[in-house]
Design a protein around this ligand. Structure first.
Ligand SMILES: *[C@@H]1O[C@H](CO)[C@@H](O)[C@H](O)[C@H]1NC(C)=O
Ligand SMILES: *[C@@H]1O[C@H](CO)[C@@H](O)[C@H](O)[C@H]1NC(C)=O
Ligand SMILES: *[C@@H]1O[C@H](CO)[C@@H](O)[C@H](O)[C@H]1NC(C)=O
Length: 391
């Protein structure tokens, strides 16, 4: 009897989703041998789960599954689908197969989907090499995991390795929780942003580690109520709101909190960036709280004069209005003498900038701040000495 009870408890622990309908991709023809193309098997397993009226789990056991571009589309009967991956999804060795697709693994118009575990090895480095050799024949590359037009999404414990382009994109979604993920790509890999969020509401990114060649997290237009907590970035370009204001008509970014972050040797720490172009975009209500900078080139930076190659925007001012940004408990080291740089729009100065308990040093010396067109206040200790125009 005791054995039986123990057995039942163990089964529940080993297979917590046992109450759900369970589809194993192996029974749809997938093979975890690294060489059999399992794309169609995954699509068929999804179709079965999607047609189910009950909570459903698609299970991927240990092994390496070769997958080409795979799109999981919505219109499902079930609004509770878990994709539980104990194995590794592997991209084809020829980078052109993914390179010409926009996305590798994508979810579109789904509701109530959880992606638990899983390693996604996009094998992006061959494409980076192609691009570095200035090859004109290199494809653009694919995003590793794209979630679009979807609600109530959870990504937990995923590991994304060597994406061709962005690792994770969340676009036009609502209620998304990303927790305990790990992203790794080389510090000089092009456009391999960790997580890009745009046109989305109520997104949370917590307890994650992102090492990459571009932004750790990048935040695009029409992002509302974004919460980032417990994220470690570096190498890479740091956490960036923007680039914004590329288009004339653009929805703003509102209510972003970035808390308990660590930046290790990144190009930027906490950045807000907009094109030097007229635009009706805005940034309003941002809180940067408790950040540690370790040898970061631009720990705190607002750059509203972004105009790469001076094309289409020389001598223009950004129309993006930046308001109410708090920097609280930001400490550590800058890799350059200018630890705080506010380079705001000459047409619409940044307003409501608050610095509270900031202590940034440069090679054990006093660092500097640089301000243009910025209005705000300080509280408590602020090092380097601030240069804000007073409110
Ligand atoms: C992050 O993980 C730690 C350790 O597991 C946990 O204590 C903490 O609550 C988590 N943070 C968030 C925001 O969930
Ligand atoms: C801001 O976003 C957080 C979640 O990130 C949410 O809890 C809070 O209610 C939002 N505040 C407003 C004023 O919408
Ligand atoms: C600021 O940071 C430096 C370097 O870590 C440290 O030596 C100094 O005591 C700090 N200042 C305050 C007031 O905390």
């Amino acid at each position: 009897m005791a054995m039986l009870i123990l057995f039942i408890i163990l089964s529940i622990l080993v297979n917590p989703s046992s109450a759900k309908t369970n589809y194993n991709v192996l029974s749809f023809g997938a093979r975890g041998n690294g060489v059999t193309d399992s794309t169609q098997a995954f699509i068929n397993a999804w179709a079965a789960a999607c047609a189910s009226t009950e909570p459903t789990t698609i299970y991927v056991q240990k092994g390496r599954y070769l997958l080409g571009p795979v799109a999981f589309k919505g219109g499902c009967k079930s609004s509770d689908i878990t994709l539980r991956i104990d194995g590794t999804l592997v991209a084809p060795a020829d980078f052109r197969v993914l390179g010409q697709a926009e996305n590798w693994v994508s979810f579109d118009q789904v509701t109530g989907v959880s992606i638990i575990g899983g390693s996604l090895d996009a094998k992006g480095s061959a494409l980076w090499v192609c691009k570095a050799q200035a090859g004109t024949n290199c494809p653009n590359g694919a995003t590793t995991l794209s979630i679009t037009n979807s609600n109530n999404i959870r990504i937990n414990g995923l590991f994304s390795l060597n994406s061709q382009l962005y690792h994770i994109v969340i676009n036009r979604c609502q209620d998304v929780l990303v927790e305990g993920i790990k992203v790794i790509a080389s510090g000089n890999s092009p456009n391999t942003d960790g997580i890009h969020v745009q046109q989305s509401k109520n997104v949370k990114i917590i307890n994650s580690s992102i090492k990459t060649g571009d932004d750790c997290v990048s935040i695009g237009p029409a992002t509302n109520n974004l919460w980032i907590e417990g994220v470690t970035c570096g190498p890479g370009h740091g956490i960036s709101i923007g680039s914004l204001g590329k288009d004339m008509e653009e929805e703003g970014v509102r209510n972003v909190t970035v808390k308990n972050t660590v930046f290790k040797g990144t190009q930027n720490g906490l950045r807000i960036k907009s094109w030097a172009k007229p635009s009706n975009g805005f940034v309003k209500g941002v809180q940067f709280i408790d950040a540690v900078m370790q040898n970061v080139q631009n720990p705190i930076v607002i750059d509203q004069n972004y105009c790469p190659h001076n094309l289409n925007c020389p001598d223009q001012a950004s129309g993006v209005k930046i308001n109410d940004v708090l920097y609280q408990n930001i400490r550590g080291t800058s890799a350059t003498p200018v630890a705080i740089k506010f380079d705001c729009s000459s047409k619409y100065p940044c307003k409501g900038i608050k610095l509270q308990n900031v202590n940034l040093t440069y090679l054990k010396q006093v660092a500097r701040s640089s301000c243009s067109n910025v209005i705000g206040t300080t509280f408590g200790l602020v090092k380097p000495d601030n240069c804000l125009s007073l409110d």
